[in-house]
Design a protein around this ligand. Structure first.
Ligand SMILES: *[C@@H]1O[C@H](CO)[C@@H](O)[C@H](O)[C@H]1NC(C)=O
Ligand SMILES: *[C@@H]1O[C@H](CO)[C@@H](O)[C@H](O)[C@H]1NC(C)=O
Ligand SMILES: *[C@@H]1O[C@H](CO)[C@@H](O)[C@H](O)[C@H]1NC(C)=O
Ligand SMILES: *[C@@H]1O[C@H](CO)[C@@H](O)[C@H](O)[C@H]1NC(C)=O
Ligand SMILES: *[C@@H]1O[C@H](CO)[C@@H](O)[C@H](O)[C@H]1NC(C)=O
Ligand SMILES: *[C@@H]1O[C@H](CO)[C@@H](O)[C@H](O)[C@H]1NC(C)=O
Ligand SMILES: *[C@@H]1O[C@H](CO)[C@@H](O)[C@H](O)[C@H]1NC(C)=O
Ligand SMILES: *[C@@H]1O[C@H](CO)[C@@H](O)[C@H](O)[C@H]1NC(C)=O
Length: 302
């Protein structure tokens, strides 16, 4: 690696450092949240019985979210369905691939909903509710593989009991969040109810209210925009960091050099006092005549 390549490393290093600080993607990434819930569900289920509901005890920084889990035999799930607090999974929902026991997770993100999920040009008016199914045939460990749920009878129903709206003259829409933050709208079937044909995350939205004298509505940041911005910030800050580094280096060099000159000066003052004058900020010896001719020791003598 040459000299120039090694200098390139510094801005890149600074950019990466800043990206990791500014990005902060993990704390609002729904996928990461699902992994967190899965690991808590695994822990809870490995200590408890099949056929009972359990509330996960999440870490205190997740207070406001609620996740419950049940492990159930596949045949029973197909025959009777499962009712969670706001979720009705009717009979005749098939979990594929076929496994002996399944674990169902039902989460309500409460006041964290809009932290993890946004809909362009719409506002959430209900918490985000989600459900998912995993292979739980082995009672001591929950599989990471998510099962597909196929509705062959009535659809799954999700109730949103307390949608608080001041303006009643506004159309509510159900929204389903798919992979990569894609959104799918549908009409509410009855007031407070959305239906689903499979697992996922669901909520209710209203369009941003049109307000006449208003600049462009603040469209929620997309992932691309966010990462594009953090790259730019990262690089600018990286080069800023490099400039700072160079400045500090030059300043240190100057300081050290000045100290050395001072030291030499004071030593030479001790040795042979000379008249001094101030030139700029340096004290320079000033002698009216040359007292010693320099010895030309290294001069080439033919
Ligand atoms: C889980 O928590 C909710 C709300 O706090 C409560 O209504 C429900 O009874 C709890 N369920 C279990 C199984 O403890
Ligand atoms: C809560 O904190 C733990 C560790 O302190 C962290 O792993 C976890 O991601 C945090 N949870 C959320 C929802 O940010
Ligand atoms: C949600 O509410 C809980 C208290 O119930 C609070 O600790 C938490 O910080 C709130 N979360 C957000 C994102 O406001
Ligand atoms: C779920 O609730 C519906 C209606 O509230 C009820 O008809 C059904 O029997 C319940 N299912 C179970 C498994 O409790
Ligand atoms: C949101 O609204 C703005 C202005 O009304 C429009 O330009 C933009 O395309 C909309 N975004 C989406 C994703 O519909
Ligand atoms: C589930 O928990 C058990 C012990 O509680 C652990 O041995 C196992 O690795 C965990 N499985 C997963 C997929 O995290
Ligand atoms: C509701 O909105 C429609 C158009 O969006 C309007 O024509 C109607 O007058 C409104 N009704 C009330 C009660 O505000
Ligand atoms: C939703 O309702 C609106 C009117 O309220 C209707 O025009 C539209 O076709 C409906 N969409 C679906 C998918 O049913």
């Amino acid at each position: 690696m040459g000299f120039y390549e090694s200098w390139l490393i510094i801005p890149v290093f600074f950019s990466l450092l800043l990206l990791s600080m500014a990005g902060d993607t993990k704390s609002s990434d729904p996928v990461y949240l699902q992994e967190l819930f899965h690991s808590y569900a695994n822990e809870t289920l490995s200590k408890h019985h099949t056929g009972h509901f359990y509330n996960l005890s999440l870490p205190s920084n997740s207070s406001g979210m609620q996740v419950s889990v049940i492990r159930i035999r596949s045949r029973e799930f197909w025959a009777t369905g499962v009712n969670f607090s706001s979720l009705r999974i009717p009979p005749r929902v098939i979990a594929l691939p076929f496994v002996k026991r399944i674990a169902l997770l039902n989460e309500n993100l409460g006041n964290w909903s809009s932290h993890y999920y946004q809909v362009p040009n719409h506002s959430l008016v209900a918490p985000v509710v989600g459900f998912s199914a995993f292979d739980a045939s082995n009672p001591s460990t929950l599989s990471n593989e998510e099962l597909t749920l196929i509705v062959s009878g009535d659809p799954v129903s999700i109730l949103f009991p307390d949608i608080g709206l001041k303006d009643k003259n506004v159309t509510l829409k159900c929204v389903k969040f798919g992979a990569g933050m894609s959104v799918e709208f549908s009409n509410m079937t009855t007031p407070n109810e959305c239906v689903a044909k499979g697992p996922g995350h669901f909520s209710v939205v209203i369009p941003f209210q049109p307000q006449p004298p208003r600049p462009l509505p603040p469209s929620p940041k997309t992932k691309d925009e966010r990462s594009w911005k953090s790259w730019v910030i990262g690089f600018v800050a990286g080069f800023g960091g490099l400039a700072l580094l160079i400045l500090v280096g030059v300043a240190t060099y100057k300081l050290v050099r000045r100290k050395m000159i001072r030291k030499m000066e004071s030593e030479s003052e001790k040795a042979e006092p000379l008249d001094t004058t101030w030139i700029g900020r340096s004290r320079m010896p000033s002698a009216s005549m040359i007292r010693t001719q320099p010895a030309l020791e290294h001069e080439y003598v033919p």
